[in-house]
Design a binder for this molecule. Structure first.
Ligand SMILES: C[S@@+](CC[C@H](N)C(=O)[O-])C[C@H]1O[C@@H](n2cnc3c(N)ncnc32)[C@H](O)[C@@H]1O
Length: 346
């Protein structure tokens, strides 16, 4: 039998401010291993036939430029990286399954096959169900931060809107974080654009809130807009970056809120605007990442930095706070999400 691989560790100093306490040590380490694994994966690809101006070439070059110096002292191989990642956080197999599927189809995707064709095919839907799931610790962190930020804001009788609610893991986490009284009095409007995701969410969320309405809502094509001031709180996880015209979408959400209401959302963030993050190996292939209106406030499609989100929200008139309370980026570039809490003034 082969010897089990050694169990090495990176020596990065992790932040410890408020908010990080709920990120388990295994999960923080798994993010580091994921960044490392992606580095070795990208180093192993042969892209000589791909135009150097293709977004994926540029993305890979930028990834190597940033992460090679960070991991220069470590000689672990791709497969050691994978083993260590899974040993640190076994639920990362849900992340790897999605990435493996994209990697296997990479030649086709780079030739222009739409990723929707691959990842929204019925045989691959279970990948998403396992990924957007409370058991996937690398993803669940987004839901936990979100729910912790929302809980103190919910008042009796509030009407909440979730945008891009998917399979319902954020709503489920929220229901488990609210007090029984809050849950018994809350009215949730759960929205999504993929009918199959929505039907799964219905199953997961039955009985979790006093009242739930389900609504198809596409942030880029709003057919029946809610009335101004209809919601006390709007929330979402990793959905707002898909808005083609982000400034206009934020203006719309602002309008739907009551004065004093809040927009709370988790987003994957880059440590610096030009530094890639590993989830883009999958999400970077979606059209929403590339076909967007750019502006000074939104200089790039896809994931932004925490500071860009803050500036966009302030520009809209929101008062903004973030969670976890720590500088993301330069100090420790392995925290890939943030939760933004934006309040419409009273
Ligand atoms: C990161 S997922 C959210 C997952 C969700 N929290 C869950 O537990 O499954 C983002 C969701 O946004 C949805 N979405 C994508 N484009 C959208 C759009 N234009 N408007 C509204 N929702 C959208 C996707 O279908 C997906 O379910």
């Amino acid at each position: 039998m082969n010897e089990p691989p050694p169990f090495p560790a990176f020596h990065f100093t992790r932040p410890s401010g408020p908010g990080f306490a709920i990120v388990s040590e295994g999960c923080a380490a798994a993010n580091e291993w994921m960044a490392f694994y992606m580095l070795r994966l990208l180093e192993s690809l042969d892209l000589k036939d791909l135009a150097s101006t293709h977004w994926f070439s540029l993305w890979r070059d930028a990834y190597l430029r940033f992460y090679q110096p960070i991991f220069a002292a470590y000689t672990y191989t791709l497969s050691e990286g994978r083993t260590c990642l899974l040993a640190k956080e076994p639920s990362a197999d849900r992340v790897l399954a999605l990435f493996d599927t994209v990697q296997a189809a990479l030649p086709d995707l780079l030739n222009g096959r739409p990723i929707e064709d691959l990842l929204l095919a019925s045989e691959n839907i279970p990948l998403w169900e396992r990924y957007f799931n409370i058991e996937n610790q690398l993803y669940q962190m987004n839901n936990q931060w979100l729910a912790q930020c929302i809980q103190p804001l919910v008042k009796p009788g509030d009407v909440l809107l979730e945008v891009g609610g998917g399979f319902g893991s954020a709503a489920l986490t929220l229901a488990r974080t609210l007090t029984p009284t809050q849950r018994e009095q809350a009215h949730l409007v759960f929205s999504e654009i993929v009918p199959f995701f929505m039907s799964r969410a219905r199953r997961a969320l039955g009985g979790q809130f006093a009242k739930i309405d389900y609504k198809m809502l596409d942030l880029n094509h709003i057919n029946e807009p809610p009335s101004p001031g209809q919601f006390d709180l709007i929330y979402g996880v990793n959905v707002l970056h898909v808005a083609q015209d982000l400034e206009s979408t934020l203006a719309t959400l602002y309008q739907w809120l009551q004065p004093g209401g809040s927009l709370v959302f988790s987003e994957a963030v880059r440590p610096f605007i030009d530094v890639p993050i590993y989830p883009e190996m999958v999400f970077g292939f979606f059209r929403d990442f590339h076909q967007v209106h750019l502006s000074d406030l939104r200089p790039k499609g896809g994931f932004l930095t925490q500071d860009h989100w803050k500036a966009l929200l302030v520009h809209q008139g929101f008062q903004v706070d973030t969670w976890p309370k720590s500088e993301l980026g330069p100090e420790y570039p392995f925290i890939y999400s943030t939760c933004l809490v934006a309040q419409k003034p009273k």
